[in-house]
Design a protein around this ligand. Structure first.
Ligand code: SAM
Length: 291
């Protein structure tokens, strides 16, 4: 093989290469990802210093430039122009798959809108790594990413997904874990959950318990490191309609509609919307009953 042949066999087709990188363990990178990083014309990085470590480990000398939330809107048109001119660009984030709770969506969207080829170079993503080893049902799952930081928006986001009959996956940080779990108990009922921590790293840990038990464990001692929360789907054998009504009638004797519904969610594992609507109905019906 001549030098030119060798170079041509390595050359990448022009386009955007959305390239997954390890989520902790440096060994978790594919041969194809390394080859793509080595042969691209440019690597767009969420943090160039972080990607420099990966490049050093694999002998990647390709030029790097930042692409993150703070400069994306400004630099995106220039990147699209470069891609239209026929260069091959890798997009990476600090860890895992770009666009998964990481920058890149608008770049991929704009590239596709401009008719530019976009290639996935698949690899790790913490959500899938956690799900693959958690022991929760994996036939259907909903990835919810990070919950909003403010409690009102967080509760609203949880209400919107409370009725989903599938495993739920969240990204979370240690300091917010107990408060998020408490909000989940209120919105989803006290389901079982798995805390998947520090995946692929030295202190990797999976802990499965009812969310109430996890709250008790973490509220005074927030865990360190990176966390995925996997929430089991609602129990199929939740209360029957009659059991829910009996529970609510009793609770409404000395509780408001809101509190009675919240209690039913926590004790019976029913969906919040269902408990609230039923409690409201029973309360109204009772108020209309001639005394
Ligand atoms: N793009 C990444 C992916 O593909 O998973 C996610 C990036 S997001 C900014 C970072 C969050 O992902 C962390 O706060 C944590 O919730 C989760 N995460 C990333 N690496 C992890 C790991 N090794 N163990 C557990 N969770 C992890």
């Amino acid at each position: 093989m001549t030098k030119t042949d060798a170079k041509e066999s390595l050359a990448l087709e022009p386009g955007l290469y959305v390239t997954a990188t390890p989520i902790g363990n440096l060994g978790d990178i594919t041969y194809r990802a390394v080859k793509t990083l080595k042969t691209a014309d440019l690597i767009l990085c969420e943090d160039t210093r972080q990607t420099a470590k990966l490049c050093a480990a694999y002998g990647v000398e390709t030029r790097r430039a930042p692409y993150h939330d703070h400069n994306a809107a400004r630099v995106r048109p220039g990147i699209i122009k470069k891609l239209q001119d026929g260069v091959a660009i890798c997009l990476v984030s600090d860890a895992g798959t770009p666009l998964i709770s990481d920058p890149g969506f608008k770049l991929v969207r704009d590239a596709r809108d401009a008719g530019i080829a976009v290639f996935p170079i698949p690899g790790p993503a913490a959500a899938v790594a956690a799900l693959s080893a958690a022991g929760a049902p994996s036939d259907q799952f909903f990835f919810a990413g990070f919950l909003p930081a403010k409690s009102g928006a967080r509760d609203k986001a949880l209400s919107a997904i409370a009725a989903i009959n599938a495993t739920l996956i969240f990204y979370e940080t240690g300091p917010r874990l107990a408060a998020s779990l408490a909000a989940m108990v209120a919105a989803l009922g006290d389901r079982r959950a798995v805390i998947a921590r520090e995946l692929t790293k030295l202190h990797e840990e999976f802990l499965t318990e009812k969310m109430s038990a996890l709250i008790a464990r973490y509220e005074t001692a927030p865990p360190k490191g990176e966390i995925v929360i996997i929430v089991f789907p609602p129990d199929k054998a939740t209360a029957t309609a009659a059991e829910l009504d009996d529970f609510l009638k009793q609770a409404l004797l000395d509780m408001s509609v809101k509190k009675a519904a919240a209690q039913a969610v926590a004790d019976l594992g029913v969906a919040r919307n269902e408990a609230y609507a039923r409690a409201l109905y029973l309360k109204d019906k009772n108020d209309d009953t001639p005394q």
